[in-house]
Design a protein around this ligand. Structure first.
Ligand code: PRP
Ligand code: URA
Length: 209
């Protein structure tokens, strides 16, 4: 797959945690724990090219150079994106948090937006959008379009599992958005589920099967 903006976390630690996460025997509490850990790794990777702000600080011994973050906004796509939020907040605890509610129409697979509340300063923020599953890409594309309406210019998309179809669609619609994934899976099935995938991410995070 030739998508220049796509970054797959290539690390045994990540591969092991994805294996444990997608196992159908993974309990709800372990699923939450693993999703949190993987989200922190994704956030770590997605921070690599953030333009930090330099400042001077005093150690107990002398003055030295420090860096701090520009404004950061995390946007969680409800519901399942909530399962990634605490991992991201562990990395950047001062981030503002927005939410976009989306569900897929089960027949058409088209996303339906039902909620949107974003921080005020999106135009000057580094925005990390999070949703565990990038399947057809419809939800991610629409969510990012909403975020761009608020003037956001620096947007990164974080997911646990991506399907090639979703990566291609997101790149085609938003070529400026870099995509970070813990796994690139094989394909979608006829119902738009990722194979091998992990099933319905929202149900697994919230134990609502
Ligand atoms: C899941 C997932 C994504 C979407 C991905 O949400 O969390 O938001 O599907 O599919 P797509 O790439 O084909 O749009 P779902 O619709 O199941 O809602 P939920 O999180 O409320 O369960
Ligand atoms: N949404 C999910 O939760 N899982 C998939 O495999 C695809 C979309």
């Amino acid at each position: 797959m030739n998508v220049p903006n796509f970054c797959l976390l290539d690390n045994p630690l990540v591969k092991n945690k994805v294996s444990l996460l997608r196992d159908k025997g993974c309990t709800c509490d372990n699923f939450r724990k693993l999703a949190t850990e993987l989200s922190a790794f994704l956030c770590y990777e997605a921070c690599k090219d953030v333009k930090m702000i330099p400042y001077k600080l005093e150690t107990p011994l002398e003055e030295t150079d420090g860096v701090r973050f520009p404004p950061v906004a995390f946007v969680s796509i409800l519901r399942a994106g909530l399962g990634m939020l605490s991992g991201a907040l562990r990395c950047i605890p001062e981030a503002s948090v927005g939410h976009i509610g989306m569900f897929r129409n089960e027949e058409t697979l088209e996303p339906v937006k039902y909620y949107c509340k974003l921080p005020k300063n999106m135009h000057e923020s580094v925005v990390f959008v999070m949703d565990p599953m990038l399947a057809t890409g419809g939800s991610a594309c629409d969510a990012i379009a909403e975020i761009k309406k608020e003037g956001a210019k620096d947007i990164r998309f974080l997911c646990l599992i991506a399907a090639p179809e979703g990566v291609q669609k997101l790149y085609k619609n938003h070529p400026d958005v870099k995509i970070y994934a813990a796994s690139l899976d094989r394909e979608l099935n006829s119902k738009g589920y990722i194979l091998p995938g992990l099933g319905d991410a929202g149900d697994r995070v919230f134990n609502t099967v």
